[in-house]
Design a protein around this ligand. Sequence first.
Ligand SMILES: Nc1ncnc2c1ncn2[C@@H]1O[C@H](COP(=O)(O)OP(=O)(O)OP(=O)(O)O)[C@@H](O)[C@H]1O
Ligand SMILES: [Mg+2]
Length: 372
Amino acid sequence: MHLATLRDMPATETQILQNAFQEFSRASDSIINYYAVLENQIRELKKEVEEKNRELTRAGEYLYNLLNSLPVGVVVTNTADVLFANKAAQKLGSTEFLSRLNNGGRKSGELKNGTGYYRWKRENLESGFESKEVIVLEDVTEVERMKERVERDDRLMAMGEMAARIAHEIKNPLGSMELFLSMLLDGKLKAKEKEYANYILFGVKTVDRIINNILTYTKPKTLALCEGTLSRVVRDTVDFMKVSAETRGITLRLNADFEGPCYFDPDLMKLVLMNFISNAIEAISRPEGVIVIDVKEERERAVITITDNGTGMSEEVQKNIFNPFFTTKDKGVGLGLFIVYNIIKAHGGYVEVESAEGSGTSFSLYIPKDEA
Ligand SMILES: Nc1ncnc2c1ncn2[C@@H]1O[C@H](COP(=O)(O)OP(=O)(O)OP(=O)(O)O)[C@@H](O)[C@H]1O
Ligand SMILES: [Mg+2]
């Protein structure tokens, strides 16, 4: 409104207008005040939200780190896809696992792959996470291996005892047969009769050798333990076997990382290694045959590993290889690994096998470094 207009107005109206102006400026002052207060509050709220966001991020990171440091595998899935897998689960190959876990809708179970045994459990997620589930996978390889070892020990002990008893029973009449055959051969025999008697004697001697093997190694009581360098004995045996391996185009390679002392029977250990290397050579039919022998230490044990790139074994064969007289070879006796097993057992050690058909086999011998 122009001043001229205000001046021309009657006094009362001017008053009213002035009051209105004052009212208006008071109101706008308080609006400005309120605005400042609001602005302050918003600033505070913003700070709070930022702080809460930081806390949330921290909590998320904390949870993430926690899940990743767990010794068990944790997988979150919506039954079709993996939404999250912690580090342990990723190591176990969670995607491959899940495809096998999703079959059958079971809540828990056990699973085996080439490298180990796993126990798993599944739970539905709730409150905001419906139709998702969490799967926990636990690596129980060590426990299962130990269980298998104990079962194998029991089975082989029973088998060994039976074999030893039978061997013992056969040994006496076999001794008499050998004696009478020698007497027969000393007497007057026709050439053909002599030839037949010699065949029988050869057969009797073969049986006698097998029987002696069983009796000697089922319970090797005469273990001549002495402190020595295991890698030296391994090296000697590898050098000795190299010639026969090379004539078949097979390379023998030795990696000796452990050169420290160990308690063992050197002669029996050579026999053990010769058995494993012979088996490896016999398992290789490809042109680039390689057998690698590693000597390492693992805490209180020395470990010898014999790895070949031969035929490998089926699971069924693997279950039976240590049984006496188990063989898949035409000319095999099936006593090699049985003897080896008993010798390592007598040292207070154990044998592990890993094998895949078509790609090869690896035997690991664990021998206590100190006297068992
Ligand atoms: N390195 C290997 N690769 C593949 N199969 C193997 C290996 N070592 C052992 N085997 C399997 O285990 C079986 C048992 O072996 P073991 O040494 O006890 O007997 P063998 O070799 O058949 O006869 P022998 O008494 O003459 O040694 C073999 O017949 C073979 O099937
Ligand atoms: Mg053999």
